[in-house]
Design a protein around this ligand. Sequence first.
Ligand code: GUN
Ligand code: ZN
Length: 432
Amino acid sequence: MKVLTGQLLDYASDPRHAGDGAIRHVVDGAIVIGGDGRIVWSGGRSDLPAAHAALERIDYGSKLVLPGFIDAHLHFPQYRMLAAYGKDLLDWLNRYTFIEEQRYGERGIAETAAKAFLDELLRNGITSCLAFSTIHPVALDCLFEEASRRNMALASGKTLMDCNAPDGLLDTAQSAYDDSTALIARWHGKGRLKYAISPRFAVTSTEAQLDAAGRLAKENPGLLIQTHLSENPAEIEFVAGQFPWSKDYTDVYDRYGLLTPSSLFAHGIHLSERELARLSEAGSAVVHCPTSNNFLGSGLFRLHRTSEGDHPVNVGVGCDIGGGMSYSMFDTLRDAFTVSQLVGSRISAHEAFYRATLGNARLLGADGEVGTLDAGKYADLVVIDPCATPLMAERHALSGNLHDVLFALMILGDDRAVTETWVAGAPLKPRP
Ligand code: GUN
Ligand code: ZN
């Protein structure tokens, strides 16, 4: 057992709705971590129970200690394929992404990639994520094996794709169903791992395959489902042509039973009111991926129109590597802010950090285990230095309150501001 001391911050609920009462900030705080990697106690240092007073202490001074960041959408096999000069989504997929992902049928390649991918997450204070893999079962095995070694809470699944992609990246409706069933049995619930049913998007699945995905969802109720939705106008048009009977893009997934309370749809930029109404009714979520949307020119996501419109839909945040430009949660939140400015509904730093922690934990059905600093949860933590660079230190001197501190962090911060990343009570930030 050990004690971490520092400036603690977490959220009891969504501060945009609950107000400042949702913000839990302890300037001089302490967290007691048990031998099982879970938080035994957290609170003010002066209230530390006597029973823990003699434990080894790691003192982070005035640095911030938050629940580890959670990323709700990114692609493991695109870990190095960011910054590829594409025109838009479909051009970028065909020209770079589908080429790169074909390599993942080889164990050696997937093993190396899994290490590099998880290292990059931890370097950026991201302790959990919902990630896409490729069609290859071996790629998912490698990712889960490596996450397991690090005791990380990871959710992923074999990608389902049986049309409109190169042969080397296609399965079939039947093999997708069989492979997924075997992988669910092998991995779901093993340690901290969760399986996610993962049709890539309607463009790359036939009706037979979406039907198979729906069967998997029915046979495994409560399992996470991830896919892409309404990211780009040409993609939307393609889907309308491929499924001429559909009312709209959302209707395609709906037809196959893929709108559930554990479904996360990446992007959702161009949704109609009808689509928002169905997603809201189903309790599904949309994941905002602002650096990716900006990089691919996909459009401006209207976060509050989605989360607070007539048909409120849950919204998460994700970096969407490699369409996204950075693994850093600070960069994701920075672009969420700049996009919110452009659409006329500003997000606050508290809302941003809530979404990156408890908000995303809730969407992944993981808020019983992570997302806050409450006793009983895993000690998945990020330690943040608001003065990590000379410029940040100068800017920090101007901050008059906690919101200022967080806002400057999300605008100026990067992996240098992540002092340490704790996973289940172990410090795991890779050092260069
Ligand atoms: N839609 C289908 N596949 C992808 C992908 O790999 N990245 C993004 N951004 N959108 C997608
Ligand atoms: Zn994506």
